[in-house]
Design a protein around this ligand. Structure first.
Ligand code: SAM
Length: 248
């Protein structure tokens, strides 16, 4: 009681809902979700009749106070998003922050997230990685952000939508260079799950050549830059100059 559970839900395949998630969703007094109609389908599939209320980016501030009051009154509440783990490029931060500040309990009920799912099969280094989430929508801002990231030696991970995948891949070729390794994970855990691996240029060409490769949901991963050798002052200075230019 008086607990907020942050519950991960599937990103495609409904069988990826954990046994514990199902149990908690059925036990709590209220489930906060982004879109009640969307989450109603998942709840129906598991026979969960818990009341659903909406919490999305436009009402998160006012709803959070309401939920904190409910928790204080002894109710237990689950937070889910449309897919995957709440707060990961999804609403929930404002609520969790308010609940923590109120001294109430937050319990994670972990499960799938597209970023980890994609990384686990990419074949790119996983020891260090950087999650950017969604890039800016506008082409100029997107390219600028990629250019700021081009010197990073970590594997870079982006979320992308079908409207922008082609333009985004074209920007990746410009920013990271045609030869940089790129992996696109599309429609993970769904019927048309596809992994495209190759150089940035090869992957761009495959996306351009087949309009099916532009449909659905995408995680784009870019291999990190080659680390600058110690003592290689010329290339280090070169990299720094590039980074500075990108920041301007
Ligand atoms: N909270 C979610 C998570 O934990 O992964 C992410 C929500 S964000 C609004 C949606 C984005 O996640 C999509 O545009 C796509 O980039 C990525 N995504 C979600 N499901 C995916 C899937 N099945 N395959 C590939 N990417 C997916």
């Amino acid at each position: 009681k008086s607990t907020l559970y942050v519950v991960a839900t599937p990103i495609g395949n409904l069988e990826d809902l954990t046994v514990r998630a199902e149990k908690i969703l059925k036990q709590v007094d209220i489930i906060c979700c982004e879109d009640t109609r969307h989450s109603a389908r998942l709840m129906e599939s598991i026979g969960c009749r818990t009341q659903l209320i909406s919490l999305h980016e436009h009402n998160e501030r006012e709803k959070s106070q309401y939920i904190v009051d409910k928790l204080r009154a002894g109710e237990s509440i689950a937070l889910v998003s449309d897919a995957g783990t709440p707060l990961i490029s999804d609403p929930g931060y404002v609520l969790v922050n308010k609940v923590v500040e109120a001294g109430l309990t937050v319990v994670p009920v972990p499960g799938v997230s597209a970023v980890i799912t994609a990384l686990s099969v990419a074949g790119l280094p996983t020891d260090r990685w950087y999650f950017e989430g969604f890039l800016p929508n506008k082409g100029s801002a997107r390219l600028k952000r990629m250019e700021q990231l081009k010197g990073a030696t970590e594997t870079l991970i982006f979320y992308e939508s079908s409207h922008r995948i082609e333009a985004s891949m074209a920007d990746a070729v410009t920013a990271f260079g045609a030869e940089r390794p790129v992996v696109i994970a599309r429609e993970l855990t769904k019927t048309f799950e596809t992994l495209l691996r190759g150089s940035a240029q090869e992957v761009l060409e495959r996306v351009r050549a087949d309009s099916n490769q532009q449909k659905g949901e995408f995680v784009v991963m870019v291999g990190g830059a080659q680390p600058v050798e110690q003592g290689d002052e010329d290339s280090r200075a070169f990299l720094l100059a590039d980074e500075l230019k990108a920041l301007m």
